[in-house]
Unconditional design. Structure first.
Length: 164
C-alpha cells in the first residue's frame, strides 16, 4: 500500500503532521510520498498535479490531506479509485474552490477536525461527513491540529489498521 500526503496552502510537503503520520505509515510497511505543491496556490491545479502522480503510479493507494490538501485529496478520489482517504481540517465548501459537491469513489473516508479551527469552520466537515456517511472525529485543537498531534497520530494509526 502507498500513502500519498497532500499538504495545506501555507505549509510544505514535510511539515510536522506529515512527518509524524509518515512515520506511522512506514512502520506499517507502507510506501510514502508527499507531493510538493509549493508555489501552487490554486487548489484545482493541485488536484491536477496529484492526479498526474496517481496515474503514473496506480495501485493500492491511500490519500491523506490537510486543509487545502484535504480538498485536493478528496477531489482526486472522485476521479481515481483509491482504497481510503484521511482528511485533516479539510478545506471543503470554501469560496473560490471549483468543487463543492463531493462524491468520492473511496469506500473509506475519515475526517479529523479541531473544534477551535478559525480557518475552516467545523460545520463544513460536519456537513460533508453527514452527506457522505463517513467517520468524523471532532477533537480539541485549532486549524493546524499541532496541539493535538498525538491524538491525530493515534486516529491515523487506527485508520491504517482498518484499511490494510
Amino acid at each position: 500500500m502507498k500513502v500519498y500526503f497532500s499538504h495545506g496552502k501555507e505549509s510544505g510537503p514535510w511539515g510536522t503532521k506529515i512527518k509524524r503520520l509518515a512515520k506511522i505509515a512506514e512502520q506499517k510497511g507502507c510506501g510514502i510520498e508527499s507531493i510538493d505543491y509549493s508555489g501552487m496556490m490554486d487548489p484545482d491545479l493541485r488536484v491536477g498535479r496529484l492526479l498526474q502522480v496517481l496515474t503514473e503510479d496506480p495501485g493500492n493507494i491511500v490519500l491523506v490531506g490537510s486543509s487545502m490538501g484535504g480538498y485536493v485529496s478528496l477531489v482526486a478520489s472522485e476521479k481515481v479509485a483509491v482504497r481510503a482517504v484521511f482528511l485533516m481540517a479539510p478545506a471543503l465548501h470554501m469560496p473560490g474552490y471549483e468543487s463543492h459537491q463531493h462524491h468520492s469513489l473511496s469506500p473509506q473516508i475519515e475526517i479529523v477536525h479541531g473544534w477551535a479551527d478559525d480557518v475552516i469552520p467545523t460545520e463544513h466537515s460536519i456537513r460533508y461527513a453527514k452527506q457522505a456517511c463517513c467517520t468524523l472525529h471532532l477533537i480539541r485543537g485549532d486549524h493546524s491540529l499541532n496541539s493535538s498531534l498525538e491524538m491525530v497520530a493515534e486516529l491515523f494509526d487506527q485508520f491504517l489498521d482498518r484499511v490494510m
